[in-house]
Design a protein around this ligand. Sequence first.
Ligand code: 0PR
Length: 327
Amino acid sequence: MNREPQVFGRVLSSMCTKPHPEAREAAQRFLADNPGDPTTYPAVAELERKAVETLGEITGLADPEGYVASGGTEANLQAVRAARNLSDSADPNVVAPESAHFSFQKAADVLDVDLRLAPVDDDRRADPAAVRRLADEDTALVVGVAGTTEYGRVDPIPELAEVAQAVDALLHVDAAWGGFVLPFADWEWNFDHAPVDTMTIDPHKMGRAPIPAGGFLARDETVLDALVVDTPYLESTSQATLTGTRSGAGVAGAHAALSALWPEGYRENYDRGQANAEWLAEALDSRGYEVVEPVLPIVGAGELRVVCMPHVTREMLEEFVADLDSL
Ligand code: 0PR
């Protein structure tokens, strides 16, 4: 059976998008390279270092530690794992807003930590007072989301950092989706705005890299050290990643997309996506839908959710609204 890949003409609520052509090409060339063995595959290892450096630039972090992960789920899991390993509690917990992505539930399950979900405020952002009430001396990690999956909300990261400091926990920011639009919007979310310890920022979402390409970043080497295992028979002596063999296509694709698009290409994606989101919000509002204002390019209205990814054009949205009108 010869199936064709999905055409993006009617994909309106996915966080995946068409890869940049140069990223597609780079991914294909590096299909058999394994960044998990950097001494045997030094070229792809070099691309990964450069990709991480650019992710650092995007998130306000000079000399970033980190790597290109399989996606946001792995990056979030590694943040929880590092915090758990660094904690001196016998029964560590993680406090996150209830708007956090379900990957934190997987992380808590796999790592056997308690996940405490705090109610959000009226604008669906983390409420620092509610997070503070759930945090205690066993809290290893406080989580903030910069661009929530459902409504694109940006949590008050500096206030969450204060909560983390008050209980001596690490602070993780999940910017898996938002990381490539937030540099062009006016929010405090990154390593430069607050004492953020770790961050998720995924090139395979708004970054226009092919799947799989997530991003895990850490301010401090000690975080990566907390993840390291020895790799006795490899030339490199240790590994901090979760998976062993990793996708060279993912790493090379991410590097190529970042090289082609940061910063101007991403700025254009943001400008167009945000304008489209505002246009759609207005179109839905004038038709009587209860619309959640798009502070980033995601429009929520009742059961409806449209993510204005780079492949989503005004024409697609006009067609969508016309379809709604004809129902
Ligand atoms: N953090 C945030 C804020 C996310 O939105 C997501 C995924 C993750 C972490 C996990 O990332 P990975 O899926 O890369 O592990 N958010 C999307 C969502 O749940 C994932 C997705 C993407 C779902 C494309 C469907 C789809 O077509 O909507």
